[in-house]
Design a protein around this ligand. Structure first.
Ligand code: ADP
Ligand code: MG
Ligand code: MG
Length: 902
């Protein structure tokens, strides 16, 4: 027995009862239809069945109690208002049954038009339309077609064939040439198709049509393509869709009727103006279906000036009301305009910035709101080089933009071939049906990756994003034949060695080499394009919004940079210091030889000789960086990787030694090296002798680095500059490790710095879970913490990044174990919790403790918001991500203000 509550639960809302803020309950379409109704705009009357009804239906497989009665009541009131009954034989009310979820899922779910037509009401409809039989039979055949396809899963092609057949019999290709008799014949043909596939006659009972259509819309939520789309767009799977039942208005009543779609501004560039398409004498989906050629909306001015002017006035009103770009659908029935849909329009990244800037100028929004309307992912997109498409480059296929960028190269089909050609200096695009872990080397060698299967979470997509490599996945028009080394697309064959170009942002694929142009936004950030002089609306808008973000944000943004050159670039991009200067590269190149000697040293004297030789080299490196970052903090991390990484690989060395011995050469040195490599071999180097452990085990190593840093700082300061070094000890897990290193370092610093006025901070990375959990103790010995979230993620999850990303992350994503790789965006619940604990306990022990993050998460939009909320002082990321982090830090700040002042 149903409880009182379920009986009373409200599942159906009249359009007059809803509003735009009820998207969760009414879906986007329903909420906006209600909003327009209440604005007094001409919306055909109707009602919305809630997402809750859908959720209940999907959970139990049947309509919830009370729903049928509420639909009945709303239908009756609709009938009363219209003065017609659903499917009445003499004067039928017809309705559309339209899906509409909270988030728009274009083309993913179902709509059925003209519900209520049957063998009898079709006659009444013709009579009511002034004897327009053609119109009535056209509407009826559309109902059978849409109902058959979406409610009863009749293959759509069968209807399309029958329609083509009817046109052929008439000797035409235009459906407008079919007359009433042709269409009546088509209805017969459609009914036969319906019977053949469903085993029953097309339902004549109007209310049964309605109920079946509603149920089909509920079920369309779980259609395969909708499920895939949601996964790709990260839309939760349990929202369900609302169903809108709307009185039909007819765009197919003759030349004074029609249907169209429009944007209130250009969704591609953001330019002001009217952008849309119109189709006379047509119904609903004809515009998007491309059945006939539409005309630009401006033509409507000539065809029906009154409706055109009204439409423009409504569009201006909607923009003012929603304070944003709107995307609308409308129909004109015999010179009377009806609004059928509006929503906030999707737009390109460039348009997002331009429109936000325009709306500020128009006084519709303030700068905080403008900042809210753009995001770091869009900014990042605008910073990639773009294809220059002004010539006649037409894409041959379109897949999923899986990892942004623009790449051209010769097509290869195997990883091995990719590696081979890349070694010869060729740019290659690796083309596969889908990739797997065996393709890793080829993916590294390629400029870009193109697959014909899989979406944003496929192996190719996940790995490419991890590597920052351009990738288009799931371009399913491409037929890949690996053994034959070719693929075919749009009737053409592309062989190994032919050049293709792929756009990882739009997912488009081009044949041949498309020229690439640098991003204007990057030129602006680099300072080579002056926003005041640029006649580029985008650059001006970016400048304005970035300026506001910088003023609003509380998080500072630093960069990870290891050389003077990187440091200079980071500074141009707005970095307020270096959050991570790695010192490993200072042991590479011609300095390897010294490192080998260091490892092989048998006596203290030998070792200190080598370190003495390394000291001036490192000092010069630091001098260069401190000069570039004049006045800004530079966090230098003492050497971190295991030293054997600087030695040749074991196998290679063993072979070299064996060959040399064979030849009778003197191999004493190589043998010693081989012995050292054997001795130092580690099963799990990531967990082995590295980081602070090196400093504690190899005498003098850290001391040399500390001295080089302090001496460089003193030199730059004596030159009249200002160096602010912060020495960072990696991989600390226990305060005793840090204390030991610090005691030695402080002695050296005191000795070097003297009265120069240089101040050197000493702090630690927090990247071992134990460090996070004992942060209160560690803070006693540290002046700052920098969260190394890459290692913290590796050790927090027990994932070896290099192994797991390529091996099985796609499967984890598919299973929904996580929605995004924890290396891409910080795992708030686990790794993020470690960060929060360490920040809180560290600050409790030492209130002036500086807190930052230097993992790659520092440049990830979602993660930046998290670090803001934890109260860190700064994030540090690669120079190229600095603007993204600045923007997101600004957004995080205005969002917090917004929710605080609620
Ligand atoms: P989608 O979400 O795919 O756009 P819609 O529910 O908006 O689906 O409907 C598809 C088409 O049918 C649209 O072009 C819309 O304008 C048209 N349509 C929907 N309801 C009506 C109606 N009551 N009268 C006339 N046309 C309608
Ligand atoms: Mg649809
Ligand atoms: Mg629509």
């Amino acid at each position: 027995m149903a409880t009182q509550e379920t009986v009373d639960h409200k599942y159906v809302y009249d359009f007059a009862e809803g509003n735009k803020d009820l998207k969760d309950l009414l879906g986007g379409k329903g909420a906006n239809l209600a909003e327009m109704t209440n604005l007094g705009l001409p919306v055909p009357p109707g009602f919305t069945i809630t997402t809750e009804a859908c959720q209940a239906y999907l959970a139990t497989g049947r309509e919830p109690d009370g729903l049928a009665g509420q639909i009945e009541a709303h239908l009756e009131s609709l009938e009363r208002g219209m003065g017609r009954r659903l499917g009445d034989p003499h004067d039928p009310l017809l309705v559309s049954v339209r899906s509409g979820a909270k988030f728009s899922m274009p083309g993913m779910m179902e709509t059925v038009l003209n519900v209520g037509l049957n063998d009898r009401s079709v006659v009444g409809l013709a009579a009511q339309a002034g004897g327009n039989e053609r119109f009535a039979w056209d509407s009826y055949r559309r109902l059978i077609q849409m109902f058959g396809k979406t409610v009863c899963e009749v293959p759509g092609e069968e209807f399309e064939h029958a329609l083509d057949e009817a046109k052929r019999a008439r000797g035409t290709t235009n459906d407008l040439d079919l007359d009433a008799d042709d269409l009546r014949g088509l209805v017969d043909a459609y009914k036969k198709i319906f019977l053949k596939h469903t085993g029953r006659d097309f339902p004549q009972e109007p209310r049964e049509q309605l109920d079946l259509a509603i149920r089909a819309v509920f079920e369309s939520w779980n259609a395969e393509r909708a499920v895939l789309y949601r996964r790709q767009e990260r839309i939760p799977a349990d929202l369900g869709t609302a169903v809108n039942v709307v009185a039909m208005v007819f765009g197919n009543l003759g030349p004074d009727s029609g249907t169209g779609v429009a944007f209130t501004r250009d969704p591609a560039s953001g330019a002001q103006g009217i952008y849309g398409d119109y189709l006379a004498n047509a119904q609903g989906e004809d515009v998007v279906a491309g059945i006939r050629n539409t005309v630009p909306l401006q033509e409507l001015e000539r065809l029906d000036k009154r409706s055109y002017d009204e439409l423009l006035a409504i569009m201006a009103r909607l923009e003012g009301h929603y304070r944003d770009l709107c995307d609308i659908e409308f129909t004109i029935e015999r010179g009377k305009l009806w609004m059928l849909q509006t929503r906030i329009g999707k737009r390109t990244a460039a348009a997002a910035f331009v429109i936000a800037g325009q709306l500020v100028d128009e006084g519709l929004i303030d700068l905080d709101e403008a900042l809210h309307r753009v995001n770091g992912a869009q900014l990042a997109q605008l910073m990639f080089p773009r294809f220059q498409l002004d010539h006649d480059f037409e894409p041959v296929a379109k897949g999923v933009g899986a990892s942004p960028g623009a790449a051209s190269g010769k097509v290869v089909f195997t990883s091995a071939r990719a590696v081979e050609l890349a070694a010869e200096g060729e740019a290659v695009i690796l083309v596969r049906r889908e990739t797997n872990p065996d393709d890793l080397n080829g993916m590294i060698a390629a400029q870009g990756i193109l697959t014909s299967r899989g979406g944003k979470t496929s192996h190719a997509a996940v790995v490419a994003r991890g590597m920052g490599k351009t990738c288009v996945s799931g371009a399913d028009e491409i037929d890949v034949n690996v053994p034959a080394k070719r693929f075919s697309v749009a009737g053409q064959t592309v062989n190994e060695g032919d050049v293709v170009s792929i756009d990882g942002t739009t997912g488009k694929v081009y044949l041949g080499e498309v020229p690439v142009m640098p991003s204007e936004v990057v030129r602006y950030f680099e300072g080579t394009l002056d926003p005041d002089e640029a006649d580029d609306a985008l650059v001006k808008a970016v400048h304005r919004i970035m300026t506001h973000a910088d003023a609003a944000r509380r998080l500072a943004v630093r960069a990870n940079a290891d050389t003077g050159e990187d440091a200079a670039r980071a500074r141009r991009f707005g970095a307020q210091g270096i959050g991570l200067c790695r010192t490993e590269h200072m042991f590479l190149g011609d300095r390897r030889e010294l490192v080998e000697r260091l490892i092989l040293a048998r006596t203290d004297t030998e070792r200190s000789d080598v370190l003495a030789a390394l000291l001036p080299l490192q000092r010069d490196d630091f001098v260069e960086i401190f000069r570039e970052m004049d006045g800004l903090p530079v966090t230098v991390r003492l050497i971190d990787p295991p030293l054997h990484e600087f030695l040749p690989p074991l196998e290679q060395l063993a072979v070299d030694v064996a060959v040399a011995q064979e030849r009778g050469e003197d191999v004493a040195k190589e043998e010693a090296l081989l012995a050292a490599v054997r001795r130092m071999h580690e099963e799990n180097p990531m967990l082995g002798l590295r980081g602070v452990r090196l400093g504690l085990v190899i005498p003098g190593l850290f001391a040399m680095q500390v001295r080089a840093i302090a001496e460089a700082a003193v030199r730059v300061t004596r030159e009249g500059g200002s160096a602010c070094p912060e020495i960072m000890v990696p991989l600390v897990g226990a305060v005793q490790e840090l204390e030991t290193v610090r005691a030695e370092a402080e002695k050296i610093i005191a000795e070097v710095v003297g009265d120069s006025g240089v101040e050197v901070l000493i702090g630690t990375m927090i990247e071992v879970p134990r460090a996070a959990l004992t942060a209160g103790q560690i803070a006693e010995a540290a002046q700052f913490f920098s969260f190394g979230t890459n290692d913290l993620t590796q050790m927090g999850w027990g994932f070896s990044r290099d192994d797991v990303e390529g091996a099985f992350f796609w499967r984890y994503l598919e299973l929904g174990i996580f929605g995004i790789s924890p290396f891409e965006s910080i795992d708030r619940d686990g790794v993020g919790r470690l960060v929060r604990i360490a920040a809180e306990e560290g600050r409790a022990a030492r209130p002036e403790l500086k807190l930052g993050v230097c993992g790659e998460h520092g440049g990830d939009p979602e993660s930046v918001h998290f670090f803001h909320s934890v109260g860190l002082d700064y994030v540090s990321c690669s120079p190229f991500r600095v603007p993204v982090a600045r923007l997101e830090a600004g957004r995080a700040a205005v969002e917090t203000v917004g929710s605080d002042s609620r």
